[in-house]
Design a protein around this ligand. Sequence first.
Ligand SMILES: [Zn+2]
Length: 325
Amino acid sequence: MKITFLGTSSGLPTKERNVSGIALRFDQSSDWMLFDCGEATQHQLLYTSYSLPKLSHIFITHLHGDHCFGLFGLLATRSLNNAQEPITIIGPVGIRKLLETTFEITQTHFRFEIDITEIDPQNTHFKIPQASIEAIPLEHSVSSYAFVIQKKPKPGKFKVELAKAKGIPSGPIYGKLKRGEKVTLPSGEILDGKDFIEDPIPGRKIIIAGDNKNPELLLPYLKNCNLLIHEANYTEKVKALVRDDFFHSTARDVAIVAQKSRIPNLILTHFSARFSLEYSRARKYSIDDVLQEALAEYSGNCFLAKDLETYLLNAQGELSIKERK
Ligand SMILES: [Zn+2]
């Protein structure tokens, strides 16, 4: 599974960080999915190998501009790229009106079908060929969701040794047993294929969360989760300086939940523009403050996302950074 951060800044873009966008591609798949689409997400994609015609699904966590203002241009460009394949867009209630109004007023026409689905309490489960995706409500100033992405389990391995021990010659009988069918041997013994297949291997599970002031809401979903991607807008120190109507998480808030749930991998993103990449006299806060605050609470693998950085989550659920730009 390949995950590329297209934008990692909250609210406004900086020279180092664009606003929110995450690309996700499953192994052996040419299609890919986008999670959030802040302004200029399409510009960021120009520096990657993800092509717009191959974009099959867009999931929007919430309808604040830094998470969706890039949709209009990106979809229009996809059409100019001669894409014919339909695209599915899933997001909070209001996304249909937002898109249809914009495209009507701007007279934007598409060569492909756009299927818009709004998330509501009766409509939170979505299926794609490789995985099931569930939207979990979060706590923010507008409806905001986390997406739990659970890959399909792989069928268990065939117990060759057991088959050999039973004296079954390799050949068509193996094939039937592998498919879980019942087989009658010449001796009259009946074998059940199910006894010859190991338990299915659970698919990888990751959570990509939108803006959220209460990461504890994710605890019930973090069991057996390989990776959590969550905003860490501020550190505790910066939070103390900002307004009271704080609808975001600090690095500490997220790290505590990550530790509690014992998830092995955490990527923090969506950083306030206050955090520069380096300390300087002009900018008091460094992005390293965010990492230090998280590491004080969380003992797993913790990463701070950077724009155009790609992570790989292998079949064993191990996370590594693929390329830096
Ligand atoms: Zn945001």
